[in-house]
Ligand binder design. Sequence first.
Ligand SMILES: Nc1ncnc2c1ncn2[C@@H]1O[C@H](COP(=O)(O)OP(=O)(O)OP(=O)(O)O)[C@@H](O)[C@H]1O
Ligand SMILES: [Mg+2]
Length: 495
Amino acid sequence: MPTTTPLIIGQASQPVPLLPRMANRHGLIAGATGTGKTVTLQCLAEEFSLQGVPVFLADVKGDLSGISQPGKEHPRIRERVDSMGLSDFEYRGFPVTFWDVFGAQGHPVRTTISELGPLLLSRLLNLNETQQGVLALVFRVADDNGWLLLDIKDLRSMLRYVAENAREFRTLYGNISAASVGAIQRRLITLESQGGKKLLGEPALNLDDLMQTDNQGLGMINILAADKLMEAPDLYGTFLLWMMSELFENLPEVGDRDKPRLVLFFDEAHLMFDDTPEALLDKIEQVVRLIRSKGVGVYFVTQNPLDIPENVLGQLGNRVQHALRAYTPKDQKAVRAAAQTFRPNPKLDTVAAITEMGVGEALVSTLDGKGRPRIVQRALIRPPRSQIGPITRKLRKELMGTSIVAGIYDKPVDRKSAYEVLSARAEQMAREHEAQEVEKAREKELKKASRGRGGRQRQTVMESFFKSAARAVGSQIGRQVIRGVLGSLLGGKRR
Ligand SMILES: Nc1ncnc2c1ncn2[C@@H]1O[C@H](COP(=O)(O)OP(=O)(O)OP(=O)(O)O)[C@@H](O)[C@H]1O
Ligand SMILES: [Mg+2]
């Protein structure tokens, strides 16, 4: 049964606790490659789940699906269990929900263009200020008309619409440069090829689905397949930022609770901050600061703490620092910087420890009951209860088939939105235009025919031809026929 006793992260001279009611004060897991970050994340996720706290994590290397299965007996694990005196240790699996933007390794996870919003979308598309202005304008025009921006084709048709009516919009909304519109259209092509087409659309992720517990009250562990997603770092980083801000905007204020409502682990967290414009960084900093009062804890996982902007780093109360290498002067500087972020322990040389520690060992400092950082300890991290490393594809499929969200997200839905509205509008306008053209051409032919010899007969032929052609207008094929016929009749003019 879930309880709210301290989570035990590892063992120094004493067990190292993480207090559940301080878990929303965020955290950091750092360390060089292969030093144990992922296993630490796995252990923390397990401990939260046992307390009934749901977890979301990005699985960058595809090695976290093993959380769903009990670990296998191994001398190294057993040795750790014994040396730490973990009397309650048992191998066990945890309830998981698999998610995947590409829909292959998990249930599809989607959001919409409007939920993403102009700020994050600008970051995703790498837009300059002028282009950002155009994008913001497109959102406004869509809003003012009540047209939904759900998927990329909605955005595309809105861009086209705005460009075509730039002159009319100028007084109301300001300048719209054709070059900016073109640039955004081109970026959208790249985004589509990177998976944006799958990410942006419906049914969009309902965040409540991340905050589930199983029938025993264990927190659900949501695993986002991020191996392929990582190939488009902007997409990955933006997605994580979206998720955090969406939770922030939608969850009610709860103040300090005895445990978090949800804990997020963001692996390769530097990707959330690289190439991020100042305005967005400010917003991230604010969201990280305020999401705490919504009962959400955010844990960043990265190689080096310096990868995280200072004003975000300053908010990460619970820290696990695995070993760092110190080969180059730059490395050494990073080691010293990492060491200095801790509240010093007179009995411990932090700088030396950071370079010496073995795999699965770390410097740990968590917050005490009053929210103050405890002095840093060198600790052996607890071994996971679940399997280290991935499960088979087959097992993953089976778990997806029985998951609580099975069938909810699997099929995309394309409801009426800006694209459909604008297509219908364009269709209607084209139809009216065609009808006018047909009428004009008919009058012209009639005039010509009545002037010529034997006109009476030709007139009837032409008349009946245009009548039937005009009837065909409205169906796509009919319109194309007419366009072709009229095109050659009227001197090859194309519209
Ligand atoms: N707490 C632990 N208990 C037992 N074994 C561990 C522990 N931590 C790490 N290990 C062992 O070390 C291996 C490497 O650890 P891990 O995958 O967590 O490294 P990492 O820091 O995530 O590396 P990368 O940056 O390459 O992803 C694990 O596969 C596991 O065998
Ligand atoms: Mg790892």
